[in-house]
Design a protein around this ligand. Structure first.
Ligand code: UGA
Length: 453
């Protein structure tokens, strides 16, 4: 099989497929990525992937190339894993990489093969691209297309690829289904549920899943807004809700909200596509989901300003975290960096530290200060802002941290710190949707212990 596009999704897919025993050729137009991967270096941070890459290369089953002729000749099944970023001038998905990958391959393929899209695309893309590739391929209608959406999370990419919750095969023939079943045999043998559908349903599953997750996060963050004006505590609320098995606690963590290269642009592209299809009203709530999420960033800046005494001009702020979530170096639409940027624009002296994402963050916002350790970032800070919940930040003893800062003031943008411990050690602690000096978390933990027992 070939895997076209070696970003987070494609590189992980190529590596894992080789680990599972297939002969895999990874393809990209970026020579630097291909050189790095060939040399056994993963060009981004993803826990556990380096070892898997080396294991796959050592097996002799994984190779990389920039040569599409070679790819077309090599593969029986071709996975397209290129990016679909937000278009520069609208909320639509930019499909130029998808179209180019499919057509570059299709015009070179001269024996029966299956093209499988894994990228997240607007509904109707697979059908449209089928027409496109069949028109230009020497194989004509013999060249088939399927859609197999990907649900991996950054930070858990290997686990999610080797042990997914489910597989979705969008196909238009039994032959295509057989090819996909063969390509995922080891995963299906592990009793992974599989849903076989038409192409449009497969495309929709992916955007619906990400929309649901985004909605769940924005739901609890909307409740946080209500808490802020009523004196209620969103953490207790989320915990109480989580015990209802119909609701569940996952993706119900309040705070600074969602970011990254997927959730924000996927819900926007979905709403845009639905409007094009005349069903915009059905997903109009996604605009609200996006709005709630963006307000979290502004409100976090408000909290930091409040704690800094009402004016950010000249105040030293330690911004802990830049990545859109822990265990990632991805800063695309990262809430943490957005907050740091807004603080800077109000005149604060912002020092950012992220265990893995400093370099990517610096490339995006070169005007911010970057520290190469947590200690360097917090020295003499007027306010410490926890923006991405890396374990390094949540593990630190507030007493030790307190010795480094100018003022013991912390804004916990991720509800990740032990608030009682901070308050006990003389810190002013603030978090969105949590009343000042609320001391109820320990009761929650007691309740959870009983439930677990
Ligand atoms: C997301 C989906 O979870 C994957 O299933 C999907 O395959 C992927 O997008 C994609 O479309 O490729 P990912 O972007 O890696 O994965 O990140 P998530 O773990 O979903 O987190 C997204 C954001 O939500 C992060 O900024 C995180 O901090 C935030 N979040 C998550 C919350 O604010 N609260 C929560 O309770 C959970």
């Amino acid at each position: 099989m070939t895997v076209i596009g070696t970003g987070y999704l494609g590189a992980t897919h190529a590596i894992c497929m080789a680990i599972l025993g297939f002969e895999v050729l990874g393809v990209d137009v970026d020579q630097r990525k291909i050189d790095a991967l060939t040399a056994g270096i993963v060009p981004f941070f993803e826990p556990g992937l380096d070892e898997k890459l080396r294991e796959a290369l050592d097996s002799g089953r994984l190779q990389f190339t920039t040569n599409f002729d070679r790819a077309a000749a090599f593969g029986d099944v071709h996975f397209i894993c290129v990016g679909t970023p937000q278009a520069p001038d609208s909320h639509a998905a930019d499909l130029r990489y998808v179209e180019s990958a499919f057509t570059e391959l299709a015009k070179r393929i001269d024996r029966k093969a299956l093209l499988v899209g894994k990228s997240t695309v607007p509904i109707g893309t697979a059908e449209r691209v089928t027409g496109l590739v069949q028109e230009i391929s020497p194989l004509g209608a013999e060249l088939e297309l399927a859609w197999n959406p990907e649900f991996l999370r950054e930070g858990f990419a290997v686990e999610d690829t080797l042990h997914p919750d489910r597989l979705v095969f969008g196909v238009s023939s039994e032959w295509a289904e057989r090819q996909l079943r063969a390509a995922f045999r080891p995963i299906l043998d592990a009793k992974t549920p599989v849903v076989v559908s038409d192409l449009a349903t497969a495309e929709l599953v992916k955007v619906a899943a990400n929309s649901f997750l985004a909605t769940k996060i924005s739901f609890i963050n909307a409740m946080a807004e209500v808490c802020e004006t009523t004196g209620a505590d969103v953490n207790l609320l989320a915990t109480a809700l989580s015990f209802d098995s119909r609701i569940g606690g996952r993706f119900l963590k309040p705070g600074l909200g969602f970011g990254g290269g997927c959730l924000p642009k996927d819900i926007r592209a979905f709403a845009h596509r639905a409007e094009e299809l005349g069903v915009g009203q059905a997903v109009a709530f996604l605009h609200e989901v996006d709005g709630i999420n963006n307000r979290r960033r502004v409100r976090t800046v408000d909290l930091i300003r409040e704690l800094a005494g009402g004016d950010l001009q000249g105040k030293r702020i330690a911004a802990l975290g830049a990545a859109f979530k822990p265990n990632s170096d991805d800063v695309r639409d990262a809430p943490a960096l957005d907050v740091a940027r807004m603080l800077y624009l109000e005149g604060a002296v912002v020092t950012v530290y992220d265990p893995e994402a400093n370099e990517n963050a610096h490339r995006l916002y070169p005007d911010l200060n970057y520290a190469n350790s947590m200690i360097a970032a917090v020295i003499d800070a007027d306010v410490v802002a926890l923006l991405t919940e890396w374990q390094e930040f949540t593990d630190i003893d507030p007493e030790n941290l307190g010795k480094l800062v100018r003022h013991r003031r912390v804004v916990d943008g991720r509800h990740a710190l032990d608030a009682d411990d901070y308050v006990a050690k003389g810190w002013e602690y603030r978090a969105l949707g949590r009343p000042v000096a609320s001391r109820t978390i320990s009761f929650v933990m007691d309740a959870r212990d009983e439930v677990d027992a």
